[in-house]
Design a protein around this ligand. Structure first.
Ligand code: SAM
Length: 359
């Protein structure tokens, strides 16, 4: 049975850099179709037809960082800041459980007011009340904080490395502490602490080359990630990258476009190199290409959707990029509309926590 499962996967999972580059660059529709079909076939054989729903709660848009791409960066004075109360977060967790989601994802800017002890208390209370799997995505935190949260019951941590091109990364992501660990080191710490580890990149960052994007995909395999989030870079006008994009762009033949087509290619290649990973069809993709785009993501390698459960009064303030998709729905509405669409694709909503099937 296991041998059956693996037969044929090797051919894809060992893809080399040149093959990945050629898929990223091809202009042949038939070639692309072959890639999408291969990814969907691998997805069905490895993670199956279940689509796992992760309820996303954006608990604070305060951030001490100055990332050149992100709308909630500290220097953006045009943004009204919020931090959800513990009661509000617990209510969102109950809502997620009632709507049948298996996982709650707590995400925020890098907010020093979300202290180690506070988040640990929050996690254990969510676990006690709901039993949901808890994923944290709270930025670059100390080993002590990460260990404390794991002990409190956090199951997973998401920290995208954004790009594997070190020079580009330094330009768009100024270090908080130049002596501190980089994101790759933190991913190792998370793994050592026993988290399921998620990472990923943005696609089409001004200055991102095809070669570096191929290296990103190879890094997914090397890191043996449990969860991989890839979404288009979307310019925000109140950021250095969004304000003057032309300033950073490479020549056309080298610059990766930040469009839906490139996102589908990367989703499919990610599925081929990491056949068992949990891979969301991201909100950024839905922002660019609507619900049809999210569906296509699910048909081209993805097996996870992360509906937004942030209370409506805060949702538009978590503006990492403009016009974010799904701004105004409740958990119940999201669940029923998503279920209809997912069933229409011949898939079903996943039950339980939806952890990675094989490590
Ligand atoms: N502060 C945490 C961190 O940096 O990991 C979590 C929040 S951060 C806003 C979550 C992700 O949003 C980032 O990893 C980045 O990939 C994505 N993001 C930020 N700005 C974006 C933009 N302009 N377009 C697309 N994705 C963006």
């Amino acid at each position: 049975m296991m041998a059956d499962l693996y037969r044929g996967l090797d051919r894809f999972s060992s893809l080399e850099r040149e093959a990945i580059l050629s898929w990223l660059r091809t202009t042949e529709p038939a070639e692309l179709e072959r890639l999408f079909i291969a990814a969907d076939t691998v997805r069905r054989r490895t993670v199956g037809d279940e689509v796992h729903l992760r309820g996303l709660v954006e608990i604070s848009n305060h951030c001490r960082r100055r990332c050149a791409y992100c709308g909630i960066r500290a220097p953006n004075r045009a943004l009204r800041r919020y931090r959800m109360t513990q009661d509000e977060i617990l209510a969102a967790a109950e809502e997620a459980r009632a709507a049948g989601f298996g996982t709650l994802v707590l995400q925020s800017g890098e907010d020093p007011q979300l202290t180690g002890p506070y988040v640990a208390g929050l996690v254990s209370e969510i676990k006690r009340r709901t039993g949901l799997a808890v994923t944290l995505s709270l930025g670059e935190r100390s080993r002590d904080d990460l260990a404390r949260w794991r002990e409190a019951g956090a199951d997973r941590y998401l920290l995208r490395f954004e790009t594997s091109d070190a020079a580009l990364y330094r330009r768009i992501h100024p270090a908080a502490d130049p002596e501190g660990p980089d994101r790759f080191a933190l991913l190792g710490t998370l793994r050592a602490l026993g988290y399921e580890v998620g990472s990923g990149v943005m696609i089409g960052i001004p200055g991102q080359s095809y070669q570096s994007l191929a290296d990103d995909i190879l890094a997914f395999r090397k890191l043996d990630l449990d969860m991989i989030g890839v979404g288009p870079y979307l310019p925000h006008p109140h950021t250095p990258l969004g304000y003057r994009p032309g300033h950073f762009l490479l020549p056309d033949s080298e610059q990766v476009p930040n469009d839906a087509d490139m996102t589908y290619r990367v989703l499919s290649l990610t599925r081929l190199v990491c056949p068992f990973a949990n891979i969301p069809s991201t909100t950024a993709l839905a922002t660019l290409a609507n619900e049809e785009g999210r569906d296509l993501g699910l048909l081209r390698g993805a097996n996870v959707v992360m509906p937004n459960l942030t209370p409506e009064r805060y949702r538009s303030l978590y503006e990492i990029y403009p016009n974010k998709a799904c701004l105004h729905e409740t958990a119940e509405f999201l669940r029923t509309t998503l279920e209809t669409r997912i069933n229409f694709l011949g898939r079903k909503i996943g039950t339980g926590p939806g952890s990675k099937k094989i490590k």
